[in-house]
Every structure is written in C-alpha cells, then in structure tokens.
Design a protein around this ligand. Structure first.
Ligand SMILES: [Zn+2]
Length: 423
C-alpha cells in the first residue's frame, strides 16, 4: 500500500515537472503593457517584454484554479492552440473606471504580468471581466521566445536580504518586501520594519501554520527622501516607488500607479507576491489582487493594515465592511455574484461558503448576540449596506481587529497558499 502511494506521488510529481518542462524553461518572462481608457472603454497597448530570473511561481498549477480578479492572462501554445498557462489579477485601472474622473477623462496605467518563459511560440491573451461577469478578450499578441527581441532584466544595484527562510523558491510561497520612502540612513529601520511585519504575518492565522513554507526577502532600495506623497495636504516627496495617499480622492487609500518601477525593483528577488512598506506614520494602505499590497509602517494599527491588505492582494479577499471604502458606492452589481471568495450577493451562494454553514443557520443571518462569533450570512459587505453579505460579524476584512480572519477568509488563504507551495 505504502509503496503504491509513493509511486503515485512520484508519478504525479514527475508528470507535473514533465508538463512544465515540455512548455517552459526555468526563467521568468515579464510582459509590460499600458491599460488605458475611461468608464466604459479600455485599451491595452504592449510596452516591453523582459527576461527576469528563475521562475518562482507554481509548476503544478499552471492553469489558475481560482477565477478571481477583474482580468486574466491566458497563454496558448501557438501550434497546438492548447492553453498552457493562466493567471487572474486585478489592477488600479478597474477602480479608476468607477471614479467620477473616468466619466469625462481617460486614465493610463502601466501594468505587467509574469509567466514562465515559454520554449516555443505562444499566443498571449488578456481578458477582462465585463459588468455581467463574462470574460471578454481585450488583447492578444504572439510571442516567439527565440526570435522576438526580449530584453534582459533591468540592471539593478539593489542588494537582497533574506528576512525569513530563504529556501528554494520553487517549492515555497515567496513574498518580497519593497521599501518606499526610506533613505540611505533609514535602511536599518527598513530591515527592522521587515522583521516586525514578518512577525505580524506569522502572528496571524492561518499564516502561522505555514511558517516553514513561506520565504520573505527584502530588496534594499533607497529613496531620495523619506515618507510618501500626501496629495490632500500638498506634501510631495521624491521617493523610489512614487506612492501617494488620497488615491482616487480617498484620504487613506495609499497606492502607487508606477507599477513598472515596482516590478523593476522587485525583479532582484525571486517572488510570487509584492508587499510595499511605506516609511510613514499615517494610517492607510491598499491591496489589489495579484498586483501588490502596500501599507505604512508606523501607525499603531499598521501590522493589522498589512495583513488586511495582504488578504486582498494575496487571497483575493473582498472588504467585508459597509460604507464608502472606494471612490464609488456602486462598485458591485448585486444582480451578479462577485468573484471575491468572502462576499456574496446570494446569486450563486453555492460557489461560496454554503458548504461551511452549520445546519440551521438562517440565510440571511441576523446581526444579533445569538450569532456573534459564528459563521453566517450577514447583510452588509463590499461597501454596501444592502444586497451583499459577509460570513462573519467582525472579520479582519471588516473591522480593525488583528489576527481575526473569519473561517471563510482563512479557507481562501489556505487554498491560495496551497496553490503556491509544492512538495
Ligand atoms: Zn472574512
């Protein structure tokens, strides 16, 4: 029995690596493009194609099993037309489309996706999710890795420091911490902050269970000036990643639109997920699925903000709170099931946490003492008071409560860790 199990495990391992090796090399291809448009139209224009370091992403899960995000990258073998790689993601552009500005003007945002380096010519497609949640192809191009002009990685002078583990990236979830607004004199502070945020992550369930399966590295990149831009107070700082508060007019919303620089700085380390630590005491941050998480480091709740934003960027979790969190109050269409695993419009609750609900739980579940601390279906989530539901009264995706991801968010995080780690 045991021998057959070992043979089976060995066989599936061999077939996974063989599948990867048939189509890909152990190198990362970076596809940079511009995403522009307004509230109803979008355009994708190719920028650069770059070669980066060894492929740090999964090899067993070449086809994305989650279907999260507003966009997805699809890679087809050109000759056989077979889908050989896919990955969902979101970006600032989808949020821009919901702003007042996008009703009269056009925005233009650099975006970028990573894929393992194909051995043979491929067709690369980008699909966008329509308001009806149906995927539409918005871009396609052919890439011939032998003939096309693929530039080497941007030369980078930044050293990389291991914060946690530093094992072979191939079998691990690899997180890279990038510094924003740390001057040369503040690099020791950055390293101390990295260790503090490592501790915050591993003090949070379920991440603490996977301590041995997560690498954290830091790129020691300097900014000319300390801090970040605060647009509402007319404060401007010359910083490496060009971050700012007041994104889309929201005071606490800290982001950077300069994703190309983010990728260039991150490229020094093998990574699956980017976390930007901003050297500032103001409360705030941001997290976009499979794009990046960003947080300040010196507010008393910064450790919580980091885990909350990482919930968005890593596991695709939605905000479970009501009220205005974004530039638009009708960010979600409640006649459709949202893609985030921890909120539901009940249009397709079977696809969410229905299987986890204890027998006899009323749907929707009343917000009363009886249901405090219990899993249910509570009305109010995704910035809306009506029509969207959350799984828990007080999850970390709802209120400022450290180490309090609800069972549904924890399951989504575990599944995402499982996507990255390999045995
Ligand atoms: Zn939750």
């Amino acid at each position: 029995m045991r021998v057959s199990v070992i043979i089976l495990v060995l066989f599936s391992f061999l077939s996974t690596s063989a599948q990867f090796a048939r189509h890909f090399k152990n190198q990362t291809l970076r596809f940079d493009y511009f995403h522009s448009g307004n509230f109803e139209d979008e355009y994708i224009v190719q920028d650069e194609i770059l070669k980066e370091g060894p492929w740090a992403g999964p090899r067993k899960n070449l086809i994305d099993p989650f279907d999260y995000g507003s966009y997805k990258l699809l890679v087809f073998d050109l000759r056989s037309d077979k889908l050989i790689y896919s990955r969902g993601y979101s970006s600032l552009f989808i949020e821009y489309q919901a702003t007042e500005e996008a009703k009269t003007e056009c925005g233009n945002f650099p975006e970028s996706m990573l894929l393992p380096m194909p051995r043979r010519p491929v067709r690369l497609e980008i699909h966008s999710r329509g308001k009806d949640m149906v995927w539409n192809k918005t871009f396609e191009t052919a890439i011939d890795p032998k003939k096309d002009d693929i530039s080497g990685p941007a030369p980078s002078v930044y050293p990389v420091e291991v914060i946690h583990n530093g094992k072979n990236p191939r079998r691990m979830l690899d997180i890279v911490f990038l510094p924003e607004g740390y001057t040369a004199e503040e690099m020791d502070k950055f390293l101390a902050d990295c260790h503090r945020y490592r501790d915050s992550l591993f003090a949070t369930r379920p991440f603490e269970e996977y301590k041995d399966r997560i690498n954290i590295r830091a790129v020691l990149a300097l900014s000319e000036e300390s801090g970040t831009d605060i647009l509402g107070d007319s404060i401007w700082r010359n910083t490496l990643l060009n971050s700012s508060f007041y994104t889309f007019g929201s005071e606490r919303y800290l982001t950077t639109a300069d994703f190309k620089t983010v990728r260039n700085v991150a490229a020094r380390a093998p990574y699956d997920q980017i976390v930007i630590l901003v050297n500032h005491p103001k409360y705030g941050g941001g997290g976009i699925y499979n794009f990046y998480a960003i947080t300040t480091v010196d507010d008393r709740n910064s450790g919580f903000v980091f885990t909350h934003e990482f919930g968005h960027s890593f596991a695709g979790l939605g905000d479970e709170y009501q009220g205005s969190g974004t530039a638009s109050d009708d960010y979600y269409d409640i006649t459709q099931e949202p893609w985030e695993p921890n909120i539901t419009s009940l249009v397709d609750f079977d696809a969410k946490w229905k299987d986890m609900l204890p027998v006899g739980t009323p749907v929707p579940t009343p917000v009363s003492d009886e249901w405090q601390g219990k899993l249910g279906v509570f009305e109010g989530a995704g910035y809306m008071e009506k029509g969207l539901y959350r799984p828990y009264p007080d999850c970390s995706m709802n209120i400022i409560k450290f180490d309090n991801f609800c069972p549904v968010c924890q399951r989504a995080i575990r599944r995402m860790i499982g996507y990255f780690i390999e045995h």
